[in-house]
Design a binder for this molecule. Structure first.
Ligand SMILES: [Zn+2]
Length: 205
């Protein structure tokens, strides 16, 4: 065997090892997800996208200018989620939509950001990022609806203000009723006076 073919063979086995390793990691990622992956709304998808980008999209770069390590952050970029990240009904367990697709896509973006010189293929590093991300999503309870919008709790001051304006309205209502009652009472008293006068006349006669 020549040196060249030996090198070729070694390289091949190294490549095969990498392939095997990344397949193993992808397998681990796939097994990590629960059997029944819940639906994901547009809001959840965008929140998850922003949170995962912020959490995983940072790296240390050496600054020649400042002569020190600096933290670089991956920009959010998008203003809305991809359509394939949203899964409102049907089978949300598939790789190409919903939570799994979302994590897969963001892991690619993070990988490209962290290793800009590297190939864009699927490899161990990318699979590891995806695994870490899936773990984070599952561990954070996002599949159980942690990212769903909560009905807004009314602020205490708002409640006080609301009660105050309600009281002002009620005051007006009662004042009107009081006015009406007073005028009715006046009328009734006047009529009573008239009846009494007549009755007195009658009894006198
Ligand atoms: Zn991919």
């Amino acid at each position: 065997m020549t040196l060249a073919t030996m090198e070729q063979k070694m390289e091949l086995t190294l490549h095969q090892t990498i392939e095997k390793e990344s397949h193993k990691t992808y397998g681990q990622v796939n097994r990590m997800w629960p059997d029944e992956i819940p639906p994901i709304t547009k809001e959840e998808a965008f929140k998850a996208y922003k949170l995962l980008t912020r959490k995983f999209g940072s790296k240390k770069v050496w600054s020649e200018y400042y002569n020190k390590w600096e933290t670089k952050k991956l920009s959010i970029g998008r203003r809305r989620p991809r359509r394939c990240w949203i899964c409102l009904s049907g089978n949300c367990n598939l790789l190409d939509r919903g939570w799994r697709r979302l994590v897969h896509d963001i892991s690619h973006r993070v990988y490209d950001f962290r290793f800009p010189q590297s190939s864009r293929d699927h490899n161990i590093a990318q699979a590891k990022i995806e695994q870490e991300m899936a773990q984070y999503v599952i561990g954070s309870g996002w599949l159980e609806g942690k990212l769903k919008a909560k009905p807004k709790e009314k602020h205490k001051e708002d409640v006080v203000l609301l009660r105050f304006s309600r009281m002002l309205k009620r005051e007006k209502v009662w004042e009107r009723k009081l006015k009406l009652a007073t005028s009715h009472l006046k009328k009734v008293k006047r009529e009573i006076k008239v009846y009494k006068r007549r009755h007195n006349k009658v009894s006198v006669n």
